[in-house]
Design a protein around this ligand. Structure first.
Ligand code: ADP
Ligand code: ZN
Length: 731
């Protein structure tokens, strides 16, 4: 990429816009001039759109006919590092640049002038007449030292109407000022003492600090069981990064972004970091985006898209729970934030820490190949030890139909509850029952738009499609044969499990943790915190609970169906089951009390179940790596999914077949093509989906080959084509 160039007024510049166009557009530099990276507003037809100056104009047509850039926005220009990152990320994921720019500008009002807001602080004069309401306002301001508030905030905190505050302003007892809306975040202090680390932890922390101090790119896999202190250790790397005046980013799977975590950061550094996630308000997003670019935010804690923020000087990226599938975005720009974090860090000379108790096979293989360094934390902090794990052989449990909690598990739960401890019953299935069956005709109620079965949600009194979100009232008669009162639930979901637990343990307080039971991520987080503090005796949950929360009272985990993930033909089924079971088991006994994990299984001899129980991770990975190597699949081979979708099946298959016939560019690099075949989810929201799968040896220029192969495609009508490099879920 070209270095930064300044453009005089009228000079042609090439602008990348957020509009879906396949090229840069030429404009004349505005009166004020501009430079590479300037955020600009440009006219496009009758509209004004957001863009970034990407370089000198490219067209060779008449300069006098060029439309001019409307104005340069008041934001720091996009740095060369971020421009290079967006280009490389686009090339890797085969994403058009405008979509990349949209991802990098996901904050509203970037084009607004620096806006001010009115704030209120303590004045010098005493009011002539005191009232209770006035006293409360002045007390609030005194209590908060020099702080200022908006009119609404102040009135609310004092419990008065805004006119009370205004009255005080008239008398000079409260001062009214204008201040910039987007304030810098409070300074974090890296010099505050952290916890006293164990020898093990200190060695790990020192290795990470050294990496950060070197000021170069490097990736470290920080592996340690849940509770071994990975977070404490990587916060030391964050401290070293802040000390050097560089910025740090901690990525978490969205749901692990709890205030428990933020409070730990606050305890370590004396202030809260910037928090970037889907629940953030537009105002918060805008403030973070701006402050990250101006250096007014030292540390961002965020979900995957935080990786595209315009950091001024990013020195460290931590990817916590690096194996988590939530890092892969499956719609729009299909990127894996873990891999793209490594890419961005390599461009800006930053360190990456991938933390996990159960690393992905990809990262494990990168360590084996010498690309990543590996640091191990071997023991749990303090008295807590790994929970004991045992299989409960369900073949011998003699459960009645419609029951899922074995007597042995029930007994263990009973004992914990009696001692005032918590038990978790884990089942990775939302809703009441996964299947609704007609006992008259034998048909299963399916989604009218998709390929999926409708899942009963008794709590909502509806059937719901987990694929497309379609819902319908629970029908009274079978949609197929019309028989009444014959529909019956088959199989368990968490709601049904809760019903069973309610009958088995009538005295216990139950809490169901499932993403669909909460209106917002915030509500969910609040609920998780209450439960962690002891508001429930028995927690019934889906994979939500496996992610990073600390439940100090929890000492028993019962896995209702450990075999669930072993079914199906997903390439990563074994890996996922292994990770999920280890994570769930890791929930138990994190504080002083020892934990126990019981896995209900019909296949106690399955290799995955056996290695989980034996705690033999190295053995599991070696075996799994061997199988994938033999099959030539990721991470030992490369894959890409091509999803064709549209309303007309024949048209989709025509295109799919044409692509299959003309696969020369793929064969030229030794890649194989499979399909077209109906995609595993063959219909979503009424659109049919067909998939082709490309499999290639490692080290071939797969993206280039795919680009050449797809270049002649012209999409007709509502036909769509999406490329998914390194697909995560394709079976
Ligand atoms: P992980 O991230 O590996 O799950 P954490 O860093 O969350 O582990 O540590 C687990 C718990 O143990 C946390 O509550 C943490 O504060 C505590 N802890 C870990 N190491 C120390 C230490 N050296 N001193 C005090 N508390 C610690
Ligand atoms: Zn559906």
């Amino acid at each position: 990429m070209d270095a930064v160039e300044e453009f005089a007024p009228g000079e042609p510049v090439a602008v990348l816009t957020t509009q879906p166009l396949d090229r840069l557009l030429d404009y004349a530099a505005p009166e004020t001039g501009c430079r590479t990276g300037s955020f600009v507003e440009v006219p496009l037809g009758p509209r004004k759109v957001l863009g970034v100056v990407w370089g000198p104009g490219q067209g060779d047509f008449d300069r006098s006919k060029l439309r001019a850039v409307n104005r340069v926005l008041d934001a720091p220009p996009m740095r060369e590092e971020l421009r290079a990152f967006l280009e490389k990320c686009a090339a890797y994921t085969l994403t058009p640049m405008p979509a990349m720019l949209r991802l990098a500008t996901r904050a509203p009002g970037l084009g607004d002038p620096p806006s001010m807001r009115r704030i209120y602080r303590l004045g010098d004069a005493a009011p002539q007449r005191m009232t209770d309401a006035r006293t409360r306002v002045l007390e609030v301001l005194r209590e908060h030292g020099g702080l200022a508030f908006t009119l609404g905030e102040l009135a609310e905190m004092a419990g008065v109407t805004t006119s009370v505050v205004k009255g005080l302003v008239k008398q000079g007892a409260v001062r009214e000022e204008d201040s910039p809306r987007d304030l810098p975040f409070p300074r974090l202090d890296p010099d505050r003492p952290g916890k006293t680390l164990t020898e093990d932890q200190e060695a790990a922390a020192e290795a990470l600090r050294e990496g950060v101090r070197a000021g170069q790119y490097g990736t470290t896999l920080l592996r340690g069981i849940t509770g071994s202190g990975k977070t404490e250790v990587y916060l030391e790397a964050v401290a070293a990064c802040l000390e050097r005046g560089r910025q740090a980013l901690v990525l978490l799977p969205e749901i692990a972004l709890t205030s428990e975590f933020l409070a730990r950061v606050e305890a370590r550094f004396g202030a809260r970091p910037a928090e970037w996630h889907s629940g953030a308000t537009m105002t918060e997003r805008r403030r973070i985006w701006r402050m990250v670019g101006e250096g007014g935010a030292q540390l961002v804690v965020g979900a995957r898209s935080a990786l595209f923020l315009p950091f001024r000087d990013l020195g460290l990226v931590v990817v916590d729970e690096e194996h988590d599938t939530a890092y892969k975005q499956e719609e729009g720009v299909m990127y894996n934030a873990r891999d793209m974090a490594v890419l961005r860090a390599s461009i800006c000379g930053a360190q990456v820490v991938l933390a996990s108790a159960t690393p992905s096979l990809e990262s494990w293989a990168n360590v084996q190949a010498g690309k990543y360094r590996r640091i191990e934390l071997t023991s749990r902090f303090g008295a807590s030890i790994l929970p004991e794990m045992r299989a409960l052989d369900m073949r011998a449990a003699g459960l009645k139909a419609g029951r899922w909690i074995s007597p042995a598990l029930a007994e263990a739960v009973e004992a914990r509850v009696a001692r005032g401890e918590q038990a978790l019953l884990f089942l990775n299935r939302r809703g009441y029952a996964p299947v609704t069956l007609c006992r008259a005709c034998g048909s299963q109620v399916g989604c009218p738009h998709c390929d999926a079965r409708m899942v009963e949600h008794r709590f909502l009194k509806r059937l719901m499609c987990h694929q497309c979100g379609e819902t319908m009232p629970m029908p009274e008669a079978c949609p197929d044969c019309g028989a009444e009162d014959k529909l019956a639930p088959v199989g368990p979901g968490v709601e049904r499990l809760a019903e069973e637990a309610g009958q088995l343990f009538p005295e216990a307080r139950l809490a169901v943790l499932s993403s669909d039971l909460f209106g917002s991520a915030r509500a969910l987080k609040a609920e998780i915190e209450k439960i962690a503090a002891g508001a429930a005796d028995i927690i019934i949950g889906t994979q939500l609970v496996a992610k990073g929360h600390n439940f100090p009272l929890l000492t028993l985990v019962g896995v209702i169906d450990a075999d669930l993930g072993l079914q199906g033909s997903d390439l990563r089924a074994a890996e996922r089951t292994f990770q999920l079971m280890r994570q769930v088991a890791g929930r138990a006994g994190r504080a002083e009390r020892a934990g126990l994990a019981l896995l209900q299984t019909y296949q106690p001899d399955h290799p995955v179940i056996r290695s989980i129980l034996a705690g033999d991770e190295e053995g599991f990975w070696t075996a799994e790596a061997g199988e994938r190597q033999a099959a030539g699949v990721p991470p030992y081979g490369r894959m890409a999914g091509i999803i064709l979708s549209g309303s007309d099946t024949a048209q989709i298959f025509d295109l799919g077949n044409a692509l299959a016939r003309n696969d020369g560019p793929l064969r030229a690099v030794g890649a194989q093509l499979f399909g077209p075949a109906p995609a595993p989810i063959a219909r979503i929201r009424g659109r049919h989906r067909v998939r082709l799968l490309v499999k290639a040896p490692r080290g071939v220029a797969l993206q280039e080959a795919i680009t050449r192969w797809l270049a002649p495609v012209r999409l007709k009508g509502d036909l769509r084509l999406a490329v998914d490099i390194d697909p995560q879920s394709f079976f």
